[in-house]
Design a protein around this ligand. Structure first.
Ligand code: ADP
Ligand code: MG
Length: 460
């Protein structure tokens, strides 16, 4: 009797619930909530497993991103699965119906392929689809020059470096796409440094011969190697890479490399390789500023055939500040959430979805928010803070906003400078010191700043 009651209160989990438990552990609560909360599983008589998902978008997305994980989890729990399929429950997915094509593209964009491509590049990673701003202007210009005339500019090798999700793979692939389409190079090879390493190792192990590996590269006109930071600490691979690198450069063949840090910071990278890099061009990509983030969102939405309200774009761009991949992630979540609930894409939905992300990143206070609160306090528009006006009724709030942005956000001085109309980081330091000092002499100023901080505190 007692056991029956207990079973009623706490029924043992179904196989799918057990799977979901493991999946949630692996992918985290937020992704789980977005993609799995409403899914159900049925095991069919023929041993195949079908997972019911809200609509086709979910089916495609889950299969592509989590298919491998689901199969692993089923195996871990010893659930036999001769075949796995994802079945959309709702076929009339009204909102995203016109987006079907573009969603496939959106999805593809999220998953950089990791196989070697010789002359086949990701169709989304083109120069046309790359938004140029202050943060990436030089890398873009150099990349375009190199794509137009591989091996014929002084940018050889071209090394693009920058933090994760800032567009390095996009730039390398855009060069490949361009060179292929415009036929500026004949043999083009793109691969990641990990693929290079793995292939090299397997040539040595299987064929006991590195010469044939070397030969693969000798007639290459354009060699693109992504993420060379993974060469760090692999001396044998570095040696082989250096051999190929030198040979190609000698013949004026183009080499383009990317790294997530400046080459000299790659751990255990041979000095003579780094020195050779100096003979070309090393171009960095910085995090995009607000205007560029807005332009990127507009572009992505346009590519996806979506019309996003300006307020939604502004909200996302001012809250998701660290990298472009996150911006894209939000856009995908927004589409998913709206298709799932049948709601329109509104500022409220965007707030909800960004809220999750911001809470996770611990970045609740954005520069934009500081600007808004300061502008409110002075009864001016936030945009005036970004102008170069020297009128005192604008300069004082601008200094205060810079001071508070440094104090309350986690952004670098450089980013803060960019968000204040593209100013130099030294301006921010100057503003910070000035306001800190002026407060000591002006109780009135101190009170005013404290009042603004009172507004910011609950949002932090
Ligand atoms: P990285 O290789 O630096 O980690 P990616 O090239 O994979 O970054 O970029 C992450 C995502 O952001 C990609 O989908 C890419 O298309 C997009 N992206 C990055 N920068 C830009 C940009 N300036 N314009 C348009 N899309 C961008
Ligand atoms: Mg990359």
């Amino acid at each position: 009797m007692l056991t029956e009651n207990l079973a009623a209160i706490n029924p043992s989990p179904t196989p799918w619930q057990r799977c979901l438990g493991l999946i949630q552990d692996k992918i985290g609560v937020s992704s789980y909530e977005t993609w799995f909360r409403t899914t159900e599983m049925s095991v069919l008589p023929d041993g195949s497993v079908s997972i019911n998902v809200p609509n086709q978008f979910f089916a495609d997305f889950i299969e592509e991103h989590f298919g491998v994980l689901i199969r692993e989890v089923l195996a871990t729990l010893e659930i036999t699965c001769s075949a796995l399929s994802f079945v959309p429950v709702k076929k009339d997915w009204t909102i995203i119906q016109p987006l079907t094509e573009s969603i496939v593209e959106a999805k593809n964009r999220l998953i950089p392929r990791t196989v070697e491509r010789t002359g086949r590049f990701h169709s989304n990673y083109t120069f046309e689809k790359f938004v140029v701003g202050d943060s990436n202007r030089m890398a873009h210009a150099a990349a375009l020059a190199v794509a137009e005339a591989p091996g014929k500019t002084s940018f050889n090798p071209l090394i693009v470096y920058g933090g994760t999700g800032l567009g390095k793979t996009h730039v390398l692939q855009a060069i490949g796409n361009f060179a292929e389409k415009e036929e500026t190079a004949e043999k083009i090879v793109y691969l990641t440094s990990e693929e290079f390493t793995n292939q090299y190792i397997s040539y040595i192990i299987d064929k006991k011969d590195s010469t044939s590996f070397y030969k693969k590269f000798i007639d290459v006109d354009l060699l693109l190697i992504d993420d060379i930071q993974f060469f760090g600490g692999k001396p044998a691979t570095q040696k082989e890479f250096y051999r190929i690198f030198n040979k190609l450069l000698l013949e004026s063949k183009q080499i383009v490399l990317s790294s997530d840090r400046p080459p000299e910071k790659i751990k255990d990278m041979m000095m003579h390789i780094i020195n050779r890099f100096m003979s070309g061009l090393i171009a960095d990509i910085q995090p995009p500023n607000l205007e560029t983030r807005m332009a990127i969102l507009r572009k992505k939405a346009e590519i996806d055939g979506l019309s996003l309200p300006g307020t939604v774009i502004e909200h996302i761009a001012s809250h998701i500040t660290s990298n472009v991949r996150e911006l894209e992630g939000i856009l995908i979540k927004l589409i998913a959430s709206c298709s799932f609930t049948g709601r329109d894409i509104t500022l409220d939905v965007a707030r909800e979805i960004c809220g999750d992300m911001i809470a996770r990143n611990g970045e609740r206070i954005s520069i934009r928010l500081v600007q808004k609160k300061v502008a409110d306090n002075f009864n001016i528009s936030p945009n005036q803070l970004n102008t170069h006006s020297r009128k005192r009724d604008v300069t004082l709030p601008r200094y205060i906003a810079m001071y508070l942005a440094k104090k309350w956000t986690r952004q670098s001085l450089r980013t803060i400078g960019l968000e204040f109309g593209g100013r130099d980081y030294s301006t921010i330091i100057h503003a910070f010191k000035k306001i800190e000092n002026d407060q000591l002499h002006s109780p009135e100023l101190k009170v005013r700043i404290e009042a603004i901080e009172e507004v910011l505190r609950p949002l932090a």
